[in-house]
Design a protein around this ligand. Structure first.
Ligand code: SF4
Length: 254
């Protein structure tokens, strides 16, 4: 079992949400978000448990999450992943697998579906082959094939989402539009989520510009029905400085 960490919140947009993090990855991304922080930066409380799969399931049973995310590094490297999903699917939660897609051939896609995964999010670090190789040290061929393999068996109970990063010089708005065209040729109803790069100390890339984020979103929307995005990291930092509660004023007739 490769699970090394669990985080949980009862307030994930109103839902109870658990994230199981798996160790190990076959990519070597220049800006690996996991290496930056292996635990939960928002956690305010820490509990220690006897780290067996049975105890993890017991904890989850008590927490009773609406959603369980399987993420961290790369969950599909875990030889026990299918058995893990089969057990988690008994908890009656929506199970979401977050993956770099490199291990999902057509047979494994079917195994994931049959085990009880409800949603797969495939992360595409770069659409351009050479830039993907530079950024991750791996080809993106298997990643793009994973999208085809999962789309072929997608239904209301086994959904697919593609996630990509906006990263200047690696995955620019033009590259994201190419990715959107590639996805639309498979099925234009597959949703795309655009995540702007979070700047890292000591890493060569800068934070994308807002204008480029909007450009990437508008270009992708020309080809796909559903495109969404995350705000820039600098915007989030600004938002966090403001009080959490929105203030409303109401106007009524005199
Ligand atoms: S695929 Fe994800 S976990 Fe693996 S190296 Fe890249 S960013 Fe890190």
């Amino acid at each position: 079992m490769n699970i090394y960490h669990i985080s949980y919140t009862s307030k994930f947009v109103g839902e109870r949400m658990a994230m199981l993090s798996f160790k190990g990855c076959n990519f070597d991304c220049i800006g690996c978000i996991r290496k930056r922080n292996e635990c939960d930066i928002y956690a305010e409380e820490r509990r220690y448990i006897d780290w067996t799969f049975e105890n993890i399931v017991k904890e989850l049973e008590e927490l009773n999450p609406h959603r369980i995310y399987l993420g961290g590094y790369e969950p599909t490297l875990d030889p026990d992943l299918i058995r893990t999903i089969e057990n988690l699917s008994k908890l009656d939660a929506h199970i979401v697998l977050m993956t770099n897609g490199s291990k999902i051939d057509d047979g494994y896609a079917i195994e994931l579906k049959e085990a009880g995964v409800n949603e797969v999010i495939v992360g595409v670090k770069a659409f351009d082959r050479k830039k993907h190789l530079y950024y991750t040290k791996r080809s993106n061929e298997e990643v793009l094939n994973a999208i085809k393999n999962l789309a072929a068996i997608e239904d209301a109970y086994f959904r697919l989402q593609v996630e990509t990063i906006l990263l200047p010089e690696i995955n620019d708005p033009g590259d994201i539009e190419e990715l959107a065209i590639f996805i639309s040729q498979i099925n234009p109803t597959i949703s795309l989520f655009i995540e702007p790069w979070i700047p890292m100390e000591g890493v060569e890339f800068e934070e994308p510009k807002k204008v480029d984020l909007i450009d990437a979103v508008s270009r992708a929307m020309r080809h796909l029905y559903v495109v969404s995005y995350h705000p820039l990291y600098s915007e989030i930092k600004e938002i966090r400085k403001t009080p959490r509660k929105a203030k409303f004023i109401e106007f009524l007739p005199d």
